[in-house]
Design a protein. Structure first.
Length: 266
């Protein structure tokens, strides 16, 4: 593919287009403009490009500028999107939803990604669809030992009650932005509860599974079938990224010798 710019034919215009679009998204992280101004500029530029095309005076640079603005607009929309439950931050609510990702199990907590179907709050029961990262902490028994936790699986519908929170962002300049990390996964909120604040609404149902998730499920079952004990947990951690399957002492040993990255080659 070639494109013309001021009489010069440019090779691989698609690569240039993707590059300026990506640059526009990156630019939106540092420079924020009014979305309607950008949208108006894109519309004007689009009709200007059509005029140049019909008058046979088209230059590829105008197309690049338009895709730069489109990427800029896309990035600003992403960073400004706060999700449908922004007005309910720091309020108690009851949530009904489905576990849509593989649970992560740790020594004292389990982490689930729940896609909500309904929330129950002061306004009543509202049909709202969004994602919440739910952390369920185990409680201690009378002897001070953590009780055996109730585990829930992917596709299971659950009901839980707690206080809705917004993930923390950058705690220090130029450091890891946890809120942005979750936002890239369409997760806008978090909630922490104990094991008594959650219960099952229905049995596990067959839900749509993405192709890569189907492969991951098959690999998980195959490893469990042919490998036992810590060997199974090690392989799933290294190949599937399921680091939570490893006992904490093994994870700590890898961290202490600086080789924890081996556990997440996936």
């Amino acid at each position: 593919m070639v494109a013309k710019y001021r009489g010069i034919w440019i090779r691989r215009p698609l690569i240039w287009t993707v590059f300026v679009y990506s640059f526009g998204i990156i630019l939106s992280y540092y420079v924020s403009l009014n979305m309607f101004i950008l949208l108006f500029a894109i519309i004007i530029l689009f009709f200007f490009i059509l005029f140049l095309q019909f008058s046979h005076r088209m230059d590829f640079v105008y197309i690049l500028i338009m895709f730069l603005l489109i990427g800029w607009l896309r990035g600003i929309y992403f960073f400004q999107d706060e999700g449908p439950l922004t007005d309910h931050i720091d309020t108690e609510m009851t949530v009904i939803g489905e576990i849509v990702d593989f649970p992560r199990h740790y020594d004292n907590r389990d982490v689930y990604i729940v896609k909500t179907e309904h929330i129950i709050c002061e306004e009543g029961q509202l049909p709202i669809s969004t994602k919440i990262q739910l952390t369920v902490y185990a409680t201690e028994g009378q002897e001070g030992n953590i009780k055996e936790k109730a585990l829930y699986g992917r596709g299971e519908k659950i009901k839980f009650q707690g206080r809705l929170k917004k993930p923390y962002g950058q705690r220090n300049p130029k450091c890891f932005d946890y809120r942005l990390y979750l936002k890239n996964k369409d997760i806008y909120y978090t909630m922490s509860v104990n094991e008594f604040a959650i219960k099952t609404c229905s049995q596990v149902k067959k839900s749509y599974t993405k192709p890569l998730q189907s492969v991951s499920i098959w690999m998980d079952k195959t490893i469990d079938k042919y490998v036992d004990g810590d060997g199974s947990a090690f392989l799933k951690s290294m190949l599937l990224g399921h680091r939570w399957d490893l006992p904490s002492d093994i994870r700590n040993n890898f961290s202490n010798i600086g080789t924890a990255h081996i556990l997440a080659i996936s």
